[in-house]
Design a protein around this ligand. Structure first.
Ligand code: ADP
Length: 209
């Protein structure tokens, strides 16, 4: 049976404008599942992943409220592929489970609809096949770096290190069904988002259900 909804994967690079574009799509009517939020939820105290992370990485990754300090944990795994893999093996299955639960609940509530999943590492983590459409939010590297410096208050080296650790955006664009360029005004980005949304609605209309 053909699906009666469109599952859209929204990705890009750090600071390229995924959240900005996702908010515009949500305002137009897309249902949204944000993987950054899921990633925060699965490591909350009381959740399975919380205990496993503390067992594996020690209490040094907790803040004064005994919650996992994602920044400290992020720094701990940033330079170690091995540690990153350990952390991903703990969190990814839980994030995926939450994702499918949210998807099911959105589908039972809204039926025929567009669901966007906002996923920073969609392409790197081999999730492409899950989606009917993939949208990449693109900016040139120098703009990306400037926005990152401004938003996250990073040093030049820290921003460079983050950019270097990700697949270049040009390469991500090769996997996209659709690319929105976000280096100009928000108005211009909004116009592209509206054009894309119109196409999605036409595609949705063509589906059964
Ligand atoms: P991501 O979710 O991909 O990390 P954001 O949507 O948070 O990126 O955007 C990164 C930063 O750039 C934010 O501070 C955001 O307000 C800003 N920004 C996004 N799009 C534009 C734009 N077209 N013009 C100027 N600033 C922008």
């Amino acid at each position: 049976m053909q699906d009666n909804y469109i599952l859209l994967g929204v990705t890009g690079g750090i600071g390229s404008g995924k959240s900005t574009v996702a908010k515009m799509l949500a305002d137009l009517g897309a249902q949204t599942i944000d993987f950054d939020i899921l990633a925060r939820e699965v490591v909350k105290p009381g959740r399975e992943a919380y205990k496993e992370i503390v067992d594996r990485f020690g209490e040094g990754v907790l803040d004064s409220n005994k919650e996992i300090d994602r920044k400290t944990l992020g720094e701990e795994v940033f330079n170690s592929t091995e540690k990153r893999r350990v952390l991903e093996n703990i969190t990814h299955p839980r994030i995926n489970r939450e994702f499918y639960q949210q998807l099911e609940s959105i589908r039972s509530e809204h039926g025929k609809c567009v669901v966007q999943a906002v996923i920073p590492l969609l392409i790197e983590s081999g999730m492409r096949e899950l989606f009917h459409r993939i949208l990449v939010v693109y900016v040139p590297r120098d703009v990306q770096k400037q926005r990152l410096l401004k938003r996250d208050d990073l040093s030049e080296e820290q921003a460079e290190a983050r950019l270097r650790s990700q697949m270049p955006l040009e390469e991500k664009c090769e996997y996209a069904h659709y690319v929105i360029t976000n280096q100009d005004s928000l108005d211009y980005t909004g116009k592209q988002v509206k054009d894309f949304w119109r196409q999605l609605l036409l595609d949705l209309e063509g589906l059964g259900g």
